[in-house]
Design a protein around this ligand. Structure first.
Ligand code: UDP
Length: 329
């Protein structure tokens, strides 16, 4: 059986992927330091607790010589936090990431699928965003992800490493079967915050900015379902198995929803009134991010399935109603 190491596999997107490929017959080992992840999200999959920046920990995981590929999710991913604590982001996303690349090289593991982001494009000059758009990140989070991509490409030029970068737009939703969901503490992401408000756990949702150059003045994002992302990572592994060269792919549904439209959709799905309140723009937020995922569809054969924002929210709502306090609390 093929063995895949999933770093950050106890986190939101990583856990969805780990269970997804386990269900497809892959042997999975989750690496997670549980600083943000949840042991319960790993479920019955093997979990090695440690940090990817620790060479000895990596040697213990790769030592058996049977790891076929690494899918690297472990990272910090909050735009606002990266603006106030950039060093923490460079340390984890770049320095620890470099240790992972070195560890893979020491043990002859050369297939890598990396959890990248549309944040590396910054404020786009043209929409929809293709992989060729200029890459001028406007927050340290995006800068650290771009830095990792460049680092991996430079190493790939002089080694057998073959990285594939999947640049997600806004990951959202939850396992349609209700087994896994999104649980951050503190929560900063729009859809879970809206649903926590629907549950009565918060009084209202702040709408960050009302004067963006968009139809309703709020930011527009391209929400992509976490199960579609899990499938994309599997397709990327298959691409590498087929001898695919290093490359980068955007992952979005190809359509934009404004913050106010997402709130409206959540009202439809939950049937509940959800209060909002205007708030200043959040530093580091571009106005509009919409993906062209044409390349991923053409090269990887990927087709996002859950592209309707109501359905995305419905899957998140299903999990949140069953798990109002998340995994551990
Ligand atoms: N947002 C908002 N209020 C919140 C949280 C987020 O208006 O309480 C907006 C945010 O400005 C962005 C969008 O919702 O335009 C998505 O933000 P999120 O943090 O979910 O994802 P990100 O775009 O940072 O990856």
């Amino acid at each position: 059986m093929r063995k895949v190491v999933v770093t950050g596999g106890a986190g939101y997107i990583g856990s969805h992927f780990a269970h997804f490929i386990s269900g497809k017959g892959y042997e999975v080992v989750i690496l997670d330091d549980l600083s943000l992840g949840h042991a319960k999200a790993a479920g019955d999959l093997p979990l090695a607790i440690g940090n990817v920046g620790d060479p000895r920990f990596l040697d213990s995981v790769f030592g058996g010589g049977d790891v076929d590929a690494v899918v690297h999710f472990a990272a910090y991913s909050k735009v606002a936090e990266s603006m106030t604590e950039p060093a923490k982001y460079y340390q984890n996303n770049v320095c620890a990431g470099l240790e992972l690349l070195k560890g893979m090289e020491r043990h002859g593991v050369n297939k890598l699928v990396f959890s990248s982001t549309c944040a590396l494009y910054g404020e786009p000059e043209t929409l929809p965003i293709t992989e060729e758009n200029q890459k001028i990140p406007i927050n340290p989070y995006g800068a650290t992800k771009l830095c990792f991509e460049r680092m991996a490409m430079d190493l790939a030029a002089v080694s057998t490493l073959r990285p594939v970068f999947l640049r997600y737009f806004n990951a959202a939703g939850a396992d349609p079967e209700g087994r896994l969901g999104e649980d951050h503490d503190p929560e900063t992401h729009l859809i879970p915050l809206i649903l926590q408000t629907a549950l009565g756990q918060r009084e209202s949702v702040s709408i960050f900015g009302s004067d963006y150059p968009t139809d309703d003045g709020s930011c527009v994002r391209d929400y992509i379902h976490v199960t579609d992302l899990a499938d994309a990572h599997l397709k990327a592994l298959e691409y590498l198995d087929g001898g695919g060269a290093p490359d980068a792919f955007n992952m979005g549904a190809g359509k934009g929803s404004s913050v106010l439209q997402v709130v409206e959709a959540a009202r439809r799905v939950t049937g509940l009134s959800i209060s909002t309140q205007p708030a200043p723009r959040r530093p580091g937020d571009p106005s509009t991010l919409i993906s062209s995922s044409e390349k991923a569809m053409r090269v990887l054969g990927w087709r996002p399935e859950y592209t309707d924002i109501d359905i995305i929210i419905e899957t998140a709502w299903h999990w949140m109603k069953e798990n109002p306090d998340g995994y551990d609390r």
